[in-house]
Every structure is written in C-alpha cells, then in structure tokens.
Design a protein around this ligand. Structure first.
Ligand SMILES: Nc1ncnc2c1ncn2[C@@H]1O[C@H](COP(=O)(O)OP(=O)(O)O)[C@@H](O)[C@H]1O
Ligand SMILES: [Mg+2]
Length: 335
C-alpha cells in the first residue's frame, strides 16, 4: 500500500494562537518500503502520524492538503468510512503505547477485542488462535497470551502492542518511537522485528524516531523534519553520505562514529527549535543556520531534487544563494 502526502497542513488552533505543527508537508512512500521520519522532539512527527490516521488530538485540525492511501484520499473520508479504514488498512503503534495496556485485563482479551470489533465473522476462538499466531510471529511464547500486562517485561509489552497493531492485518504500519523507553538490546530486537514484518508480511513501514542511527539500520529511506517542515528526503545511505541541508548535516555529524578518534567531540547544532506558535519567516531553520543569508529570512525554500530520489529544501541546495564554506556532505569531511 503506497502513501502520498501532499501539501499537508495541520494546526492546533488555540486561544493563544495557532500552533503550526505541520506546514506544507509533501512525501511519498512506496508499497513495501520502510521509511524513517526523523527530527527533534516537538517538530511535528507524531502530528503527521495522527493526521494520517485521522486521530488528531484536540484541538488539532487538518487545514489543507491530501493524504492518499493508494487512491483513496483519507483526508476527506467521513468518520464512518475512516473507521473501516483504520486498523484494517493502516495501523499505528503509539508513542508510549506499551504503558497503555489495560492492567486489569488479560493481554489476549485486549487483542481479540480489537480483532472482533473489526471482523464480525470472526469467532472468539478464531481470534485467540490468530493472537497465538501473531505472538509466534513477534517472537513471543503463544502460551502467554492469557497473561496480564504486569507479567510482561517492557520489550514484551511493546511486542504485544505490535501484535495489537497487526490484529486486523494492516498493510501499512506506523511505529511512533517504538523503542524510546527500552534498553539498547531490546531496542535492537524490536527493530529487527519491524524489519521482519516488512520482509515477511510485505508491510509498508513508517518508523518515527528522534534517533537517526535507528533509521540507518532499519529503513531504506529517510525523511528529515525540522519545525513542522520536511527539509530533506532520500535513500538512507545517500543522505548519510551526502546530506545537503545544513540541519541534516548537523544531525548526521552529531551521530557518534566508531571510525572517529576516541577523543571526538560530537558536533551539535547551536540554538533550539522555534516555538511553532510563531515560527520564523522564510526558512524555519534560518535562526540556527550558520550559512544564513537575507533570502533565507524572507523566502521559504521549496523541497527540490538535488539528485535522483534525493530532495532538499535549502536555498544553498537550489543554488539561489552561494557560500564557499558549504558543500553537500558530512561536516567533518569539510573541516
Ligand atoms: N494536543 C495538542 N495541543 C496543542 N499543541 C500540540 C498538541 N499536540 C502537539 N502539539 C504541538 O505540536 C507540535 C508538534 O508536536 P508533535 O507532533 O508531538 O512532535 P513530535 O512527535 O515530533 O515530538 C509541538 O509544538 C507540540 O507542542
Ligand atoms: Mg512524537
């Protein structure tokens, strides 16, 4: 199942102003692809995901744009049509979801309930069998489906939440920070599991994370988001080797590398992300950008091809402005 998001705008409209959480976001995910949506906390990643599922928390609203799942524009479906679509076509593992299991219900009851709600022909016994199969798929002992959440470790709870998302055989899965609360070895196991779902079930995956190094191992493509906008997209290897946007260059330079010397100091990007109630005009990154010029303060750079399959939204990348110190590629190579 392919996903095409076109010019998506999502605001949280509040008395103190509109939080412009997602501004003119456009991207495409091909069927069977695995894409990482990456950016600092608060840049709008979860908002993009909630908009796709049409589950925006109050007072979030889709102000414009299209969300095409195959050929269906889900931005315009009425709530009843969307209910049929959600979980059966597209599902999500929510940020912090492993703590959302109901502590007083058996895990199997919570999962079969989701299955039975969406498939009126399924019997309770069939739903239980299916839950066992899904437990096996995610690497859990099927004899444990009737356990309570407190009997599960953090990693097992997250696997159970993945089972919950898979309960109605979705073709598209969004995983929002699925490993943030887990320790490193369990993180790696969950990432391996997501890769297995893509390989074995042909699921299309959108992995949301603030950690670019997680994407490197799990995804083919990456979308880098900054302050409500997509600033760079492309194949993982290409973006890691040749980031064009100064924000992407900073992010990639801040990943620790075993190739660098042990006394390495990690580059970090000075300043902090803007308040989305009042984002800066022009390029939203300009107040933190060391290459900033006048054009950047007034004109928002569009996302343009810099090489086949690789796009960046920066006036330097499009050649509208020039700076001798800027070049595509990792910062360390240029020092
Ligand atoms: N329910 C809400 N009401 C108002 N503002 C919100 C709400 N949810 C998120 N926001 C704001 O929207 C912006 C994007 O948030 P979010 O999508 O959660 O970012 P991320 O997932 O990248 O951390 C932030 O500025 C956040 O404060
Ligand atoms: Mg989030």
């Amino acid at each position: 199942m392919s996903l095409k998001v076109e010019n998506l705008v999502v605001y949280y409209c509040m008395r103190r102003g509109d939080c412009k959480a997602v501004e003119d976001v456009t991207f495409e995910i091909q069927a069977g692809d695995s894409v990482g949506l990456v950016g600092e906390s608060g840049c709008g990643k979860s908002t993009v995901a909630f908009a796709i599922l049409r589950m925006l928390p109050e007072p979030g609203e889709i102000m414009g744009g299209h969300i095409l799942l195959d050929d269906v524009d889900i931005a315009t479906l009425d709530p009843e049509e969307m209910r049929n679509f959600r979980w059966t076509q597209i599902a999500m593992v929510f940020q912090g979801a492993m703590n959302a299991l109901n502590p007083i219900l058996r895990v199997s009851d919570q999962i079969t309930e989701a299955m039975l709600r969406h498939d009126s022909e399924l019997t309770k016994d069939e739903a239980k069998e299916k839950t066992k199969d899904l437990f096996k798929l995610v690497g859990m002992d099927p004899d444990r489906i009737d356990h309570y959440p407190f009997e599960f470790s953090g990693g097992m709870k997250q696997r159970a939440m993945i089972v919950m998302a898979l309960a109605c055989d979705p073709k598209f899965l969004i995983a929002d920070e699925p490993t943030t609360a887990l320790d490193v070895t369990v993180q790696a196991q969950i990432m391996a599991l997501l890769q297995k779902l893509v390989a074995e079930l042909g699921i299309t995956l959108m992995l949301i994370t603030h950690d670019l190094s997680v994407v490197a191992e799990t995804c083919n493509n990456v979308f880098i988001m900054y302050a409500g906008k997509i600033v760079e997209t492309g194949a993982v290897l290409e973006i890691f080797q040749h980031p064009w946007h100064p924000y992407a260059q900073g992010l990639i330079s801040s990943i620790p590398s075993i190739e660098k010397s042990s006394d390495q100091t990690l580059a970090s990007i000075p300043g902090s992300p803007p308040n989305l109630l009042d984002p800066p005009p022009g390029c939203r990154f300009h107040p933190r950008c060391k290459f900033v010029q006048d054009l950047c303060k007034t004109e928002d750079p569009p996302l343009l091809d810099v090489s086949p399959g690789h796009r960046a939204a920066c006036h330097l990348a499009s050649g509208r402005i020039k700076d001798d110190k800027w070049a595509p590629g990792k910062e360390e190579g240029k020092r």
